[in-house]
Design a protein around this ligand. Structure first.
Ligand code: URP
Ligand code: ZN
Ligand code: ZN
Length: 464
């Protein structure tokens, strides 16, 4: 069988090992991964990957593109956001379809699908339950439709998104029944609201500025909420996935729960591995506001350890980008800052540079946490997340030597700033392929709007 494309002579890296091999592609799929395939090149296009790492395209399973939020709309849309992803070696994103007002889950699915039509890479949605009585009865239909992952937020009452314990308990019961999984934004709303009320005075806001964002969210705000969600998972047997875990305490709680057999997974995001809360003291510190906020150096170290030990299974970005002008809405009141950070373009380079080159994470674990585990847990494996015969030809080629200095002005995303501005990073994608089509060539985006396809999923996955 003639191949269309051969990626030759690279070091193919998987979650379990690395080897010198060629990757042969036919149409949209990988046909073979083996040594010597280049001998059968015939008329195939050949990309020489000598001295490069060839990895599965990364999955960012936690993004918010074009999200109406905090009185504005996040500035990475489905076009520029997915272009950014491609440059960062990300070939699949999972966004959160959120119903507003009286909308059903189906309405949310349709709204998100309409926007995502311009995506340059493949995508799917987690369905956000914002009103248990309205959305609970719809869960089964959404699973049958190909959306087996649901989301509940413990905070964001003002957005109309907040879920209480009843909703979380019920949703986990349904997940158990349906083979689905519940993703939770775990922060303890009542105590958080109390702390915010205590600090929300003109004097304290003047004195502390954006650092109040961190002062009002001590680690127990996340830890208590994770503990409680795990309790509901344990008694219902419903599979639970903690999104954007930011604290060492959270990692300890998840580790203990997994050791006693609770069906819980935890994701962290790049910002919690790279930044600490000293950023809030910068003159532009408000730009870094996200929920939960970045924490202390000891949390950073604990999260890297959790990635190595296994209680932290996935790295994502929680991309929710706002421009400087959007962030400026805060005007000295930290409760009014649009919450979220850019990240799609820099996830893989940051994890590679700070993690792999920084000797915090072995190369194979980097692939495991950014590619293979997210695909497995979200029910997309082995279509995505692995370089194997029959898998989609989603591939990133990284040059381990080539460093690029982060500069928002040269990036694809919709931000006019970067939390990582000026950092010298290796691991940007030299070439990216999405289902066999080249979408990044020599660090430049060459893909097309609308190439991305929605990915139906049969059920939530696992690491078993
Ligand atoms: O600050 C954040 N993370 N914004 C996006 C919404 C969320 O909580 O994930
Ligand atoms: Zn969240
Ligand atoms: Zn999020």
């Amino acid at each position: 069988m003639p191949y269309d494309l051969i990626i030759a002579n690279g070091t193919v890296v998987s979650a379990t090992g690395q080897e010198q091999a060629d990757v042969a592609i036919q149409g949209e799929r990988i046909a073979a991964v083996n040594k010597g395939l280049i001998k059968n090149a015939d008329g195939a296009k050949v990309v020489d990957a000598s001295g490069k790492y060839v990895i599965p395209g990364a999955l960012d399973v936690h993004v918010h593109l074009e999200l109406p939020f905090c009185g504005t709309v996040s500035s990475d849309d489905w076009n520029c956001g997915t272009r950014a992803a491609a440059r960062g070696g990300v070939t699949t994103v999972i966004d959160f379809a959120i119903p507003y007002g009286q909308e059903s889950l189906e309405d949310a699915f349709n709204n998100w699908s309409a926007r995502a039509r311009k995506s340059c890479i493949d995508y799917c949605f987690h369905m956000a339950i914002t009103n248990w009585d309205r959305h609970g009865p719809e869960m089964e239909k959404m699973v049958k439709r190909g959306c087996p992952t649901f989301k509940e937020f413990m905070i964001y009452a003002t957005e109309g998104w907040q879920s209480d314990d009843r909703a979380i308990f019920n949703a986990l019961e349904q997940c158990k029944r349906l083979g689905a999984m519940l993703l939770i934004h775990a922060e303890s709303a009542r105590v958080l609201d109390e702390l915010i009320a205590r600090y929300h005075t003109p004097e304290l806001m003047k004195k502390h500025g954006a650092t109040l964002h961190a002062i009002t969210r001590p680690n127990f705000i996340e830890a208590e909420a994770i503990q409680r969600a795990i309790m509901w998972s344990e008694v219902t047997g419903g599979r639970l996935y903690i999104v954007h875990m930011s604290t060492g305490e959270g990692a300890d709680i998840v580790k203990a729960a997994r050791a006693r057999g609770v069906d819980v997974y935890a994701e962290t995001c790049v910002q919690y591995l790279v930044l600490d809360d000293s950023v809030f003291a910068r003159p532009d510190g408000h730009l870094f506001a996200c929920c939960p906020q970045v924490k202390k150096p000891k949390d950073i170290e604990r999260l890297w350890k959790g990635l190595n030990d296994g209680e932290v299974c996935v790295i994502s970005t929680d991309t929710c980008t706002f421009t400087k002008e959007q962030k400026a809405r805060w005007d000295g009141d930290w409760t009014k800052i649009p919450m979220g950070l850019p990240g799609l373009e820099t996830m893989v380079p940051l994890v590679y540079t700070v993690g792999v080159l920084g000797k915090r994470l072995p190369l194979t674990r980097f692939v495991e946490k950014c590619c293979t585990n997210p695909a497995k847990i979200m029910g997309l494996y082995p279509q995505k997340g692995v370089l194997a015969a029959g898998s989609d030809a989603d591939i990133a080629i990284l040059d381990p030597e080539k460093r690029i200095t982060v500069d928002h002005a040269t990036m694809e995303g919709g931000a006019d700033w970067s939390p990582y501005q000026g950092m010298s990073l290796a691991g940007f994608a030299q070439h990216t392929f999405s289902r066999g089509k080249q979408i990044v060539n020599d660090y430049k985006f060459v893909g097309e709007n609308g190439w991305g396809r929605w990915l139906p999923r049969e059920k939530a996955g696992s690491l078993d």
